[in-house]
Design a binder for this molecule. Structure first.
Ligand SMILES: Cc1cc2nc3c(=O)[nH]c(=O)nc-3n(C[C@H](O)[C@H](O)[C@H](O)COP(=O)(O)OP(=O)(O)OC[C@H]3O[C@@H](n4cnc5c(N)ncnc54)[C@H](O)[C@@H]3O)c2cc1C
Length: 361
């Protein structure tokens, strides 16, 4: 449903790209994965999102966005500009939006948040509560995650990003730039202006985990979002997660319809990491423990998910979030061996052994 507002907001940007038609399949595929309906009209493709409309015209070399509200317009500009920058990277596209809100410099998807609560759920899972203003957009668009912007030892007093003329964030110079990591909104209360994030406290030199370890009420952090694609509705799910995917999996089990069926596996270090999950669905829940093996070295989770037989009838979805190697095993099984499509599966790498800041860029 399009947001209610006084009048429609509209803007456009020229696309001086020599090879636009060559990128269009990838651009359209990406936009459709954010639940846009696409329709072709000669050399123009129109996209209808829940929060507004967009079109890319390969003849006139222009893209257009319109929405009933500021959040919707900012979201569409961001999705279009990101898709063009990703797939037309070789042509180094210069995007300049004109029209409504084109002079805007505040970033619609950014909020400064203040820590208001710290609680250890288990020896290695710390729940932080954050307070901020006007959090309604974090309940929109179907994305469950945020990019969190942290101060670090080298940049203790960062500057936050602003909105550029291309519809994307403009970052300060390196000596004031915060460091980003991706986290899940475990719980959101728009009316009270609070979000909860569960941080896994893991070994090694880090930004997010290190910050969470010494977080205290009053400390500031930036968040941007929501990010991520909506999880498809289905009658039956097979799910798998390690500790980093657990906040998202737990949120799904609390919010999917009660009639939903399936099976979910969560890998944790040991029994001490078990926590209360308010599973209100008919999805069977199983803990798997590594019992001494380092995170990311155990194939138990991937094997458990692979061993599940998918139902013959009704709609089904596979959702997986864990270390990159495990995600690859599951993705190859679902997409390759079982021949399932992107609309039935999401196997995501939430971190990679030995690599810092996966997916945070
Ligand atoms: C969509 C999405 C949602 C996510 N949600 C959450 C969430 O809600 N809670 C959460 O805790 N994490 C979550 N993650 C994972 C988190 O972003 C990564 O674990 C990230 O690397 C943490 O940043 P860091 O600064 O602590 O460590 P980094 O600086 O990125 O990494 C430092 C070192 O620690 C290692 N490392 C990173 N993560 C782990 C780990 N889990 N176990 C062991 N070693 C690790 C790295 O391999 C590297 O060697 C999510 C990731 C994605 C993509």
């Amino acid at each position: 449903m399009i947001e209610a507002s006084v009048r429609e907001l509209a803007c456009e940007a020229r696309l001086n790209l020599r090879h636009l038609p060559e990128y269009m399949d990838s651009i359209a595929d990406r936009l459709q994965s954010f639940e846009a309906d696409a329709s072709h009209h000669g050399r123009r493709i129109d996209f209808r999102f829940a929060f507004g409309d967009a079109s890319i015209d390969m003849e006139q070399l222009v893209m257009r966005a319109n929405a009933a509200g500021r959040d919707g317009l900012a979201r569409i500009k961001d999705l279009l500009a990101t898709a063009v920058q990703v797939y037309a990277r070789e042509e180094n596209p210069e995007i300049v939006w004109t029209g409504d809100l084109s002079g805007e410099t505040s970033l619609a998807q950014f909020r400064e948040m203040t820590v208001t609560g710290v609680r250890d759920l288990t020896p290695h899972m710390r729940r932080l509560r954050f307070a901020g203003e006007d959090l309604s957009r974090f309940a929109k668009f179907g994305g469950m995650h945020i990019r969190m912007l942290f101060p670090t030892r080298d940049v203790p007093d960062p500057l936050w990003p602003v909105l550029g003329g291309n519809g994307l964030p403009v970052w300060p110079a390196d000596d004031r730039r915060p460091v980003a990591r991706v986290y899940t909104i475990r719980a959101l209360d728009v009316a009270k202006g609070i979000i909860d994030v569960d941080f896994l406290v893991h070994p090694g030199d880090s930004v997010g985990s290190a910050w969470a370890t010494q977080a205290a009420p009053g400390m500031k952090v930036g968040i941007m979002g929501p990010v991520g694609r909506p999880v498809r509705q289905a009658d039956w799910y097979v799910m798998g997660a390690d500790e980093t995917g657990l906040p998202a999996l737990a949120r799904l089990l609390e919010t999917l319809p009660a009639a939903t069926r399936g099976v979910a596996f969560v890998e944790i270090a040991d029994d001490g990491e078990k926590q209360e999950i308010a599973n209100t669905t008919g999805i069977e829940f199983h803990w798997l423990t590594r019992d001494g093996l380092p995170a990311g070295e155990d194939k138990l989770l991937a094997e458990a998910v692979r061993s599940v037989t998918w139902p013959q009838e009704g709609s089904a979805f596979g959702w997986f979030a864990a270390e990159a190697a495990a995600a690859k095993i599951v993705r190859e099984h679902w997409r390759g061996a079982l021949g399932l499509g992107r609309d039935q599966t999401l196997a995501a790498a939430y971190w990679r052994r030995g690599a810092a800041g996966l997916m945070a860029g």
